[in-house]
Write a protein that binds this ligand. Structure first.
Ligand code: FNR
Length: 404
């Protein structure tokens, strides 16, 4: 029962390409600046080769792993990515159904085009969801969102920490990226309704900033003035990714402690976007429950280290005290194996899920998960490993630049 048109994530990417309009495709696929970090996230996996062991009876393979206290079919989750209804009309609901069917954890973006309640309802009784959080400068919005996530049964929040400002994404700027009028940033639709009287209609379609610090031509002066000079003005008006996601004031002392108070004990607090040993140690010090080594899929600081290259120093610093997850550039089952061999406990995939959605909605996400899961299982078997916990450093060797 193969889809003969789609036997790999590379096939899926090509198939998805033709099914998205240019604005969506560029928004999903691009990285910041030249896109070199996006590319290196992928290429980093080629620097390692697997050292397979043989004659080990690999007739029974267990790919499952526990995450957030539940059994996940494979050590792979679907990373939170914003605005999934751009790819398919079912958007986040299709992703949630696919994850539920496949026993896969799902991260929901704060900037989803489906409300967290609707997604949670879709997943009832399945793997609990993670809510990705951008902590806004106006805490009231975040406080409300956190309370709703708790009520809906989310088990963890991932605070994204690599976005004090938005990375410079030139294709978005060229295309004047905007959310089409029929879609909403659903988690905040209510807040917007409160703020918008009849004279101030929704303006989700605000053109994005060409660059923070550049004067914006928007109707909303507080957005334009937000990062100019030294006087900072809080963003007001409708909550959009481009106006509210970035928060340059976030800090360990001020915000992590506050967030823990708001979330615990019902929800675990994790940080997503750690890329150095120094910050990993601070994460331990501030007693977060886990970290995700991530550079936002190369969409924030271009020139940053590939996540696979950052992983070993973070793993060394954490010394098994809390889980270390990684995302960025995972396109093959062997990539999952390599990340785990370098010490990750779990991986998340972003764009492949969006490509699956664009290709065939829920069925496409299921196909993506099946491809990666099958490849991972086969990789384990051919490397001589029957349980995920056995995957370790001795199964890898790093090759030098020439490939030898
Ligand atoms: C993202 N990512 C992201 N991360 C986050 O914390 N909040 C968000 O709203 C989004 N939105 C988003 C949109 C799109 C279109 C992409 C591609 C990515 C980053 C995401 O969670 C993850 O870190 C990367 O996607 C992982 O890299 P790969 O798997 O896409 O290479």
């Amino acid at each position: 029962n193969h889809d003969l048109n789609c036997l790999s994530i590379d096939d899926l990417e090509k198939l998805a390409y033709t099914r998205m309009d240019k604005m969506t495709r560029d928004y999903y696929n691009e990285g910041a600046d030249s896109g070199s970090t996006l590319l290196e996230n992928i290429k980093a996996y080629e620097k390692y080769r697997i050292r397979p062991r043989v004659l080990r009876d690999v007739s029974v393979i267990d790919t499952s792993i526990n995450v957030f206290g539940h059994k996940n079919a494979v050590p792979i989750g679907v990373a939170p990515t914003a605005m999934q209804r751009l790819a398919h009309s079912d958007g986040e609901l299709a992703t949630a159904r696919a994850c539920k069917n496949k026993d896969i954890a799902m991260g929901l973006s704060s900037f989803a085009t489906t409300s967290l309640e609707d997604v949670a309802k879709e997943c009832e009784g399945a793997i609990p969801n993670v809510l990705q959080l951008y902590l806004f400068e106006e805490r009231a919005h975040s406080k409300k969102l956190i309370a709703r996530a708790k009520k809906a049964g989310f088990k963890a929040v991932f605070l994204t920490v690599d976005t004090p400002y938005l990375g410079r994404r030139n294709a978005e700027i060229k295309n004047q990226f905007k959310l089409p009028g029929h879609l909403k940033i659903s988690n905040f639709a209510e807040d917007d309704a409160e703020q918008n009287d009849g004279d101030n209609p929704r303006t989700d379609n605000l053109p994005i900033s060409a660059n923070q610090g550049t004067k914006l031509k928007t109707k909303n002066p507080s957005v334009a003035g937000r990062t100019e000079g030294t006087e900072r003005v809080l963003p007001t008006g409708p909550i959009t990714f481009h106006t509210h996601a970035a928060n340059p004031t976030l800090s360990w002392e001020k915000d992590i402690e506050w967030l823990k108070q708001e979330c615990c004990p019902e929800m675990e607090v994790w940080v997503k976007g750690i890329a150095t040993a120094e910050d990993a140690i601070l994460a331990l010090h501030h007693q977060v429950r886990g970290i995700v080594v991530s550079n936002h899929g190369g969409r924030q600081l271009n020139g940053a280290l590939a996540t696979l290259d950052a992983l070993p120093e973070v793993v060394d610093a954490i010394q098994g005290k809390i889980p270390v997850h990684v995302d960025g550039g995972i396109r093959h089952g062997t990539d999952v194996f390599k990340a785990l061999a370098l010490g990750a406990d779990f991986v998340w995939v972003g764009r492949p899920a969006l490509w699956g959605l664009a290709y065939k909605g829920q069925e496409g996400v299921e196909l993506m998960l099946r491809l990666l899961s099958e490849e991972f299982r086969l990789c384990m078997a051919l490397a001589g490993v029957t349980r995920v916990q056995e995957i370790a450093k001795e199964y890898l060797v790093k090759v030098d630049k020439s490939g030898f």
